[in-house]
Design a protein around this ligand. Structure first.
Ligand code: SF4
Length: 364
């Protein structure tokens, strides 16, 4: 297949759905890790094409959603300071911190700017030598290479006014945390294709073996997802706990070696707190000491904030696949995309936003 239309072909989708029905003999719960896949599943009604025996649950693969409340509050504190230009991808601007969001800082006169690439933030730093320019570096392994490149570029240019607020998270430790929980009902995973484009899938091999689960690296179009589910169910029915690659047009086992090299050069593994989930050991990236001049947390000496999630928001359970967004009492009532109480309703990859936009849910 070469064209997007082929990956959205209704007839091909129906054929795959029939094949899935044929191979499914028992009940299986499959988690798609990535929020982009969640949006495709709901947008194209893929869940409704599947037999009742297959339950899809949504995972923690939304980078905006899992950025901790403390980190958002740190971003807000830095962005509120004079002589700072705070830059971020658009999604992060509306994510509520414990009191404000970054857009409110902007409305109150802060210089908060949306950028499409961290290298744009470096350019802003070049043209504003009298300002401190900070980029909010969030995301999984997918965005880490570009964010790392921005640090290398700033160093190469000799910039003293560029830094990143680093909040990177890693997928394999999250899978480990989900599987080692007492109440995990997950039988198999669809792994996020774009993360594996960078990292490959070698890291998934020991996880599949240790937790006796098939993991299928899967893309984002409807046909990708149906093929990923078909592969996963087939492996489950055959009792095979291995890793397979549905997204072979993009993903290689070893990943993108140049991108991995940048990550290795700039970052090191650290424990990371995930919003709504808590601390997951060795699940994040932080800047290496040799790049501490570019570390906003060190430059701005932000205190270690401790804040509690709003009680009404069950995002932690949603992100772990324990509850569906529609089971949240605030869904579609107090919490909507215009007035979000939690990150999964703000983010373009958030599960709550996906249900809000694509599911015809009756709200009482
Ligand atoms: S619907 Fe809103 S309040 Fe409920 S879990 Fe989602 S983001 Fe949180």
């Amino acid at each position: 297949m070469k064209y997007l239309s082929e990956f959205r072909n209704p007839e091909a989708a129906q054929n795959l759905a029939l094949k899935i029905k044929e191979v499914t003999k028992r009940n299986w719960t499959i988690m798609e890790v990535c929020g982009g896949q969640t949006h495709s599943i709901l947008k194209y009604n893929i869940d409704e094409l599947l037999p009742d025996k297959i339950r899809l649950i949504h995972g923690p693969g939304c980078p905006v959603c899992v950025t901790s409340l403390e980190m958002i509050d740190k971003a807000i504190e830095i962005a509120s300071q004079p002589d700072v230009i705070f830059t971020s991808f658009g999604d992060m601007l509306r994510v509520p911190g414990s009191k404000l969001d970054l857009l409110s800082v902007k409305a109150n006169g802060g210089d908060v700017r949306m950028v499409y690439s961290p290298l744009d933030a470096v350019k802003i730093a070049q043209s504003n030598p009298d300002k401190k320019v900070v980029f909010f570096a969030v995301g999984f392994e997918t965005t880490a290479p570009a964010n790392g490149m921005s640090v290398l570029r700033a160093k190469e240019l000799g910039l003293k006014n560029y830094s990143i607020l680093c909040s990177h998270v890693l997928v394999p430790p999250a899978i480990e945390a989900l599987m080692s929980g007492f109440n995990s009902s997950i039988n198999g995973f669809l792994a996020a294709g774009h993360v594996c484009t960078v990292m490959g899938y070698e890291e998934y091999l020991p996880l599949a073996e240790k937790y006796k689960i098939p993991i299928v690296v899967t893309g984002f179009e409807p046909i990708d997802i149906l093929q990923g589910i078909l592969k996963c169910v087939t492996l489950l029915e055959e009792g095979k706990n291995i890793v397979e690659n549905q997204y072979s047009r993009v993903v290689r086992k070893e990943g993108n070696l140049a991108a991995k090299e940048v990550i290795k050069k700039v970052f090191e593994i650290t424990d990371r707190k995930w919003r709504g989930i808590g601390l997951i050991p060795k699940s994040g990236l932080k800047l290496k000491d040799e790049f501490s001049d570019f570390d906003a947390e060190k430059i701005f000496d932000i205190k270690n904030l401790q804040v509690d999630e709003p009680e009404v928001c069950i995002a932690g359970e949603v992100l772990q696949g324990l509850k569906l967004p529609i089971e949240c009492p605030a869904f579609g009532k107090e919490c909507t995309p215009e007035n979000p109480l939690g990150a999964p309703m703000v983010s373009s990859e958030g599960a709550c936003a996906a249900y809000f936009h694509y599911k015809k849910v009756k709200i009482n």
